[in-house]
Ligand binder design. Structure first.
Ligand code: NAD
Ligand code: TDX
Length: 331
């Protein structure tokens, strides 16, 4: 099988490429990635010589057409992915997430190529902290931020291209990922690398906000289940019953790194900050038989801390510029 992975030099995409090369030697992988601030060629070092990297933009129709016409499957991870950045400058989010997805859809339509679209649970908006409900495929779309609204837009394009043009597509909406190769702007790597640097972790607002954490390896194994067994035109929610509030995440990181549980600072809240995300993955589990492997968040976090401790040369070049961006926002 010939596979094109967009965004394969980013966090989840690079882990997906590693897993694919490791477990599926019959798959020939090409990565299309613009290598923005969030992409890093070095994230593909573990598969050096085993994948082809095309540096380029998913919003470039000629490049996209050239690459798509030669593959059997596109797995589309490329996106602007950080909520805080989208509040500061939404345009790159509209351009990459909406127009980029449109260009990919037009190319897979022309060449009748199977398409899997990677999306987020944030398209559903948020839940109350004390609400027993979780997101299901029937939850109405209600995105809060420029980031999540552009992801919602891209999902709707995929649904329309599947229905109107018969594009062979599936969609997955996953909860918050953690694991190796995640950019230091994101919550967990930011706090781990702060502690390594002797800086106190920074908690937005009250810290009551809840995220439903899943290890990136589990997200990617679910994506493969959907590619192999999912029904065309369908949406699958990916989650591993990992709800934890932000204060507990910070306290656990501090404890695992030998610091006092209260050695963090509260900073300005994110405008429009979603309260709680929670996934009901019943459809994925019952229909496709998928199960997560990383069931203990604390163990997964400990392994992630160890990864950042032993891969400082990977994250160090991004750290100062990232913190300078946060300083402007007072966060
Ligand atoms: P990331 O920011 O780490 O990586 C994004 C990658 O896309 C980078 O390598 C970047 O260079 C590339 N890219 C950006 N714009 C591009 C363009 N115009 N053309 C080509 N490449 C471009 O993001 P991530 O956290 O790995 O997220 C990957 C996907 O998963 C996104 O679609 C995101 O919405 C989705 N998702 C993420 C999470 C999460 O917790 N991180 C959860 C659910 C869904
Ligand atoms: O320094 C911080 N302090 C803090 O309290 C940062 C960076 C974040 N937070 C909070 C905000 C969120 O409640 O932690 C939580 C997680 O923040 P992010 O890592 O920015 O993730 P989130 O906004 O939840 O979105 C993530 O999950 C869904 C990904 O970035 C998205 O790409 C994905 O769609």
């Amino acid at each position: 099988m010939r596979l094109l992975v967009t965004g394969g030099a980013g966090f989840i995409g690079s882990n997906f490429v590693h897993q694919t090369v490791r477990e599926r030697p019959d798959v020939h992988v090409t990565v299309l990635d613009a290598l923005t601030y969030a992409g890093d060629e070095r994230s593909l070092d573990p598969v050096d010589g085993k994948v082809v990297l095309a540096k380029g933009d998913i919003a470039d129709p000629d490049l996209v057409d050239t690459l798509v016409k030669d593959v059997d499957l596109v797995v589309h991870f490329a996106a602007e992915s950080h909520n805080d950045n989208s509040l500061h400058d939404p345009w790159p989010f509209v351009r990459t997430n909406v127009i980029g997805t449109y260009q990919l859809l037009e190319a897979v339509r022309r060449h009748d190529v199977r398409f899997h679209h990677i999306s987020t649970d944030e398209v559903y908006g948020d839940l109350e902290l004390d609400d027993p409900a979780r997101f299901t495929p029937d939850t109405p779309y209600n995105p809060s931020s420029p980031y999540s609204s552009t992801k919602a837009s891209s999902d709707l394009l995929v649904r329309a291209w599947a229905r109107s043009f018969g594009v062979r597509a599936t969609i997955s909406n996953c909860s918050n990922n953690y694991g190796p190769f995640q950019h230091v702007e994101k919550f967990i790597p930011r706090q781990i690398t702060n502690v390594i640097d002797g800086v106190r972790p920074k908690l937005y607002g009250t810290g009551e906000n809840v995220r439903d954490w899943i290890h990136v390896e589990d997200h990617n194994s679910a994506v493969w289940s959907i590619i192999e067994k999912g029904r065309l035109g369908e949406t699958y929610l990916i989650g591993a019953d990992g709800e934890v509030d932000n204060t507990t995440v910070v306290e656990t990181i501090l404890e695992l790194m030998g610091q006092g549980a209260d050695a963090y600072d509260r900073v300005n809240d994110r405008p429009g900050h979603d309260l709680r995300y929670a996934i009901d993955a019943t459809k994925l589990r019952t229909e496709l038989g998928w199960e997560p492997r990383y069931r203990d968040f604390r163990d997964g976090l400990a392994a992630t801390i160890e990864w950042y401790r032993t891969h400082e040369s990977w994250w160090r070049p991004q750290k100062d510029a990232t913190e300078a961006r946060y300083a402007v926002l007072g966060r």
